[in-house]
Ligand binder design. Structure first.
Ligand SMILES: [Fe+2]
Ligand SMILES: [Fe+2]
Ligand SMILES: [Fe+2]
Length: 327
């Protein structure tokens, strides 16, 4: 047989999924202590149990396909190096940040199972495809539960804040959003280099332009709060300290991983803006709330378009490995 082996690729995607579940567990165990809201805490506890099951299901498929434990360990370290571990290692310190981070992580998982599902289908492995579908559904449901708790998370973050604190919070979330957009622009900038598909490259290029415009809107809102560029530098540094920086520096190594990372980052932005919108409303800053609402709509549309590229991203990743995408 010419080229690479589809089954070998399937083991790789399963190994990545296993690694992501491993990374999810300590986050989910820590989350209830930071949640500041009982429903939110309970949501994390329930998903921890689900995640244990997911890890077992993925492990079973790996065993069935003959992925050896030693190989698994190597691959887990490699996947960690590719950013999943770094992403998981960032320590959100408020209910709002925790929820935005978790929302993003669930979408990283969701994207990983979208990719796994496609590789399993192309490999003709119905059992693995079924596992991927089942877990994808759980990650989707968890994402939706988190979105339904954005209000609760914002309220928990803002408990005990007075008017001055609220003003400070708006500025903080604005500068953080500006920094995340900056990192996202770098990630999107990898797009044209990493994908041979012109349609996919166009998606990244267009959202990169949109992200620059969003940054300009954020700068105007910061200026309205009397804040200049020095504040933006602080935020970039703070982001490094939070480990987002490390996540973004980890370079995705395939078109599929790039799509999964971009998808996760778009949802990090969405989660952050959803919090910012609520903080701005509480602070009586209707202009920021309105601007953020328009940006969130763009982020959701961009995430949707990125998701529609998963098929092409999988084909491009398999082709780059010399694997024909016939299943
Ligand atoms: Fe999971
Ligand atoms: Fe999950
Ligand atoms: Fe974006």
């Amino acid at each position: 047989m010419a080229g690479g082996d589809l089954r070998e690729q399937l083991v790789k995607y399963l190994t990545d999924a296993h690694s992501i579940e491993e990374q999810a567990l300590p986050q989910l165990r820590a989350a209830p202590k930071i949640a500041g809201d009982e429903r939110l805490a309970e949501t994390f506890r329930e998903h921890e149990a689900e995640t244990e099951e997911q890890r077992r299901l993925v492990r079973e498929r790996l065993d069935a396909l003959g992925g050896s434990p030693a190989k698994l360990k190597d691959a887990v370290m490699k996947a960690g190096g590719a950013g999943f571990a770094l992403f998981a290692a960032s320590q959100p310190d408020t209910p709002g940040k925790l929820t935005a981070h978790a929302y993003s992580f669930e979408h990283l998982e969701l994207a990983s199972y979208e990719l796994l599902l496609r590789v399993a289908e192309r490999a003709g492995d119905a059992e693995t495809a079924e596992v991927a579908r089942r877990i994808r559904h759980q990650e989707q449901a968890m994402s939706e539960r988190l979105a339904s708790l954005f209000d609760a998370a914002a309220a928990a973050s803002l408990a005990e804040k007075d008017a001055d604190d609220l003003e400070e919070e708006v500025v903080k979330y604005l500068t953080d959003a500006h920094a995340i957009e900056g990192q996202s622009i770098q990630l999107l900038g990898l797009g044209p280099r990493m994908t041979s598909d012109p349609a996919t490259a166009k998606v990244y290029r267009e959202h990169l332009e949109e992200s620059r415009a969003q940054q300009t809107v954020l700068e105007a809102r910061l200026e309205a709060h009397g804040e200049g560029p020095s504040k933006l530098k602080d935020a970039a540094l703070r982001m490094g300290a939070l480990n987002w920086g490390a996540f973004f520096q980890a370079q995705p190594d395939t078109p599929g991983k790039l799509a999964a990372f971009v998808y996760a980052v778009e949802h990090l932005e969405i989660g952050g803006y959803e919090m910012l919108k609520r903080v701005a409303e509480r602070a009586g800053d209707a202009e920021t709330a309105g601007a953020v609402e328009r940006i969130v709509a763009q982020e959701r549309a961009a995430a949707h378009v990125v998701a529609s590229e998963f098929d092409r991203a999988v084909d491009a990743s398999l082709a780059a490995q010399g694997v024909a995408a016939a299943g």
